[in-house]
Design a protein around this ligand. Structure first.
Ligand code: KG4
Ligand code: ZN
Length: 348
């Protein structure tokens, strides 16, 4: 089962050829970061125009690197949401056109399900239940991936289960800003540039994570997250201490985000008797978070699924993996499938 997948939900124009949901034959990502950095964030209209120019060459490159022609494919997939409506439309319209003209089925994929499947691409032996911390620019969610029908306590845990048999249970999510959004907003306020996550991470390298005691929002309550208070607290701190060393501010802010993410992941993993912990989404590229999740897994004996940085940030290979899963489960999507900027994951 060989799928051409297209991802254009935000500011990466990406295409990949994925075989059987697990082998990446090619993955091409063209980032628009340079175009948007002048504006301090993604400009939706500019993003969709750039996708329009970049997508054809990116798809050609992905097909060439995979040494595949249309006759070697069994379907064409694209992210149908969530994301920027204009950007989504470019990828989805192109994917439908390729599918129709090559006589292949089309598969509409949920971007967040793509992030969930990214780990399978690098290690197909995922064992259930797995607690997944999904942290991107638009979302922050704690999800339990479990065998279908498994009770919440993970009774049917244990054996490695085929990826065609997973259910998602939402344990908690952010009540305000997503973790990546907090990184981006704080970086912008500190004048560190865009995208904020890597900028804060760079600045934090020379700072002390314990220099400033920023608040840990909702740290002890349930599985939901809140980051807007932390962002406000950084702003107030800088207003009161205009000369504060930026590396210390960046490191202390990053520590506050990572502390909360790791504490809730730890609590969730214990409660669902998880076998493994997996992280995904752009913020999962953060070295401090990766290290702390790795330590948590070592300490408590969970298998760690920490995808490579390239597989954490937006790419089309993860969309190809999720597409194979959806094709097996639900079959192809109709050609009149609409894009949905607010598409949600289906939880049990
Ligand atoms: O998953 P992604 O590439 O796109 C969305 O679906 O949102 O995530 C992008 C987000 C941005 O907010 C970016 O600042 C953040 O991920 N990010 C990071 C790092 N790299 C990207 N946050 C913290 N540390 C990083 N190294
Ligand atoms: Zn994403």
């Amino acid at each position: 089962m060989r799928v051409l997948a297209i991802e254009t939900s935000c500011d990466e124009t990406a295409a990949a050829v994925v075989e059987d949901g697990s082998r990446v034959l090619s993955s091409v990502v063209s980032s628009q970061t340079d175009i948007h950095s002048t504006f301090g964030g993604v400009v939706p209209e500019i993003a969709s125009r750039a996708h329009l120019e970049l997508l054809g060459p990116v798809v050609n490159e992905a097909m060439a690197r995979a040494a595949t022609g249309p006759e070697g494919l069994c379907a064409v997939a694209a992210t149908v949401g969530p994301g920027l409506v204009g950007s989504l439309l470019v990828g989805v319209s192109a994917a439908k056109a390729y599918a129709w003209s090559w006589g292949l089925p089309f598969i509409g994929v949920n971007h967040m399900e793509g992030h969930l499947h990214a780990a399978f691409l690098e290690d197909p032996s995922l064992c259930l239940p797995t607690v997944v911390l999904l942290v991107s620019g638009g979302h922050t969610m704690l999800i339990c991936m479990q065998a279908p029908g498994a009770p919440f306590d993970g009774d049917r845990a244990g054996s490695a289960v085929a990826t065609s048999q997973v259910e998602y249970r939402l344990l908690g999510q952010t009540l305000d800003d997503a973790a990546g959004e907090a990184f981006d907003k704080v970086a912008r306020f500190l004048g560190l540039g865009y995208p904020g996550g890597p900028a804060i991470e760079r600045e934090a390298r020379d700072g002390r994570p314990d220099a400033i005691a920023f608040p840990r929002g909702l740290a002890t309550e349930g599985y939901d997250f809140s980051f807007s208070g932390l962002k406000t607290s950084v702003i107030r701190y800088m207003q009161a201490n205009p000369g504060a060393p930026l590396p210390d501010v960046a490191a202390s802010f990053q520590e506050a985000v990572v502390d909360v993410l790791v504490a809730k992941t730890k609590k969730a993993a214990a409660e669902v008797t998880a076998k493994a912990i997996c992280i995904g989404g752009g913020v999962a590229a953060n070295a401090a978070l990766r290290e702390r999740v790795g330590q948590l897994c070592d300490e408590y004996g969970y298998t760690a699924f920490i995808p490579s940085r390239a597989m954490c940030t937006d790419n089309a290979a993860m969309i190809g993996a999720a597409a194979c899963y959806r094709l097996r489960l639900d079959g192809p999507s109709p050609l009149d499938t609409a894009v949905d900027p607010n598409l949600r994951l289906q939880f049990v």
